[in-house]
Design a binder for this molecule. Structure first.
Ligand code: 6V0
Length: 331
């Protein structure tokens, strides 16, 4: 166009692929909360969105593109054709059915297995080197299913796991202690959800273990009733779903933290779903959360936390439940 030719003296081709492309499949509440925090935190400016609902997809894409003036050179594509996801570094799967009020996450399993069977091969066709990050529930079992369907090495298939539960735990501890959540060092491991395990034995502030101050902390015998904090974490999603119909912001921020750790090769530690066979005496090939070192290749290491006998038994119980659920899956 003549006006553009008069304005611009072209010197170089513009870079299109900035090397940090993230695909999000499922532009529902979880997918869009993730995309919004990725863009506003500047974790990536290169996003592809896929969903089977073409109108919603186009609406979300346009709404985000109209915000481009407030972002940093955002490149947002959307389509029902997976070709737009080509060359993604990370593919987030947040598609499928979600819990209704009072519904257990595990109840969603077979319906979301069918969804994954349609999604995973298409993602890998266009991004064979990507890391797959699963958010759809029940997230631990679906991470196992994604690993099975994909044929990828275990370190490249990660579930959002108990990073969110750990965040909720830290928030509730921060409220009790009047200390920032980022300074409350605490992990929840095991299953994302009902059988999750709070590692009370290692909860600490600046290296001061709360268990050294109260040897019963988190146990039935604790007269300060700290175990209620974990009960609140387990109830969190049910409560939010009852109040607003779904959960979105906290899981979006949690996924963003995981994606940032991978893209920046941060080697930071996060409780995410990975294969836990061989850890804490678990012999089944099950996927659950343990603290993992995350970097550009996905899960780089699993941290070997010393657990008390009670904590180990609880993780073992989670693993048994997962093995039973996995055995019932029809591929
Ligand atoms: P939502 O708002 O109903 O969005 C789901 C989206 O998936 C919709 O836009 C659908 O059109 C799309 N979809 C469904 N099937 C397909 C398919 N085959 N291909 C492409 N797109 C498809 O659900 P919401 O965003 O609330 O939840 C998504 C999933 O995340 C559910 O399984 C939730 O249970 C799960 N969550 C996981 C959390 C975690 O901590 N891991 C937290 C909250 C929700």
């Amino acid at each position: 166009m003549a006006t553009i030719r008069k304005l611009l003296q072209a010197r170089q081709e513009k870079v299109v692929d900035t090397g940090n492309k993230v695909t999000v499949v499922g532009v529902g509440q979880v997918g869009m909360a993730t995309v919004f925090s990725l863009l506003t935190q500047g974790v990536t400016n290169n996003i592809a969105l896929v969903d089977m609902n073409a109108d919603k997809l186009k609406g979300e894409m346009m709404d985000l593109q109209h915000g481009s003036a407030f972002l940093c050179n955002a490149n947002i594509q959307a389509g029902t054709d997976y070709a737009i996801t080509e060359n993604s570094q990370i593919c987030v799967i947040a598609a499928g059915v979600r819990q209704q009020e009072g519904e257990d996450r595990r109840n969603l399993v077979q319906r979301n297995v069918e969804v994954l069977k349609g999604i995973v091969p298409k993602l890998l066709k266009y991004s064979p080197n990507a890391i797959l990050l699963i958010a759809s529930n029940p997230v631990d079992v679906l991470t196992y299913v994604t690993w099975k369907i994909s044929g990828l090495p275990k370190h490249r298939v990660i579930g959002s796991g108990t990073n969110l539960d750990s965040g909720r735990f830290r928030y509730l501890l921060s409220q009790k202690l009047s200390i920032a959540p980022t300074s409350c060092h605490a992990y929840i491991i095991g299953e994302h959800g009902d059988s999750s395990v709070p590692v009370w034995s290692s909860v600490n502030i600046a290296g001061v273990r709360l268990r050294d101050l109260n040897e019963d902390i988190g146990l039935e015998s604790d007269d300060e009733n700290w175990k209620e904090t974990h009960a609140q974490v387990v109830q969190s999603a049910y409560e939010v779903i009852k109040l607003k119909g779904y959960t979105s912001w906290a899981i979006g921020l949690s996924l963003t933290q995981i994606i940032k750790a991978i893209l920046t090769n941060a080697t930071s530690v996060h409780a995410v779903t990975t294969c836990v066979q061989g850890e804490h005496g678990i012999t089944d090939e099950v996927f659950l959360s343990l603290p993992c070192v995350l970097g550009r290749n996905g899960v780089l290491d699993v941290i070997r936390q010393p657990l008390t006998d009670t904590e180990r038994q609880q993780v073992f119980h989670s693993a048994t439940l997962m093995a039973e659920l996995q055995a019932k899956i029809k591929f």
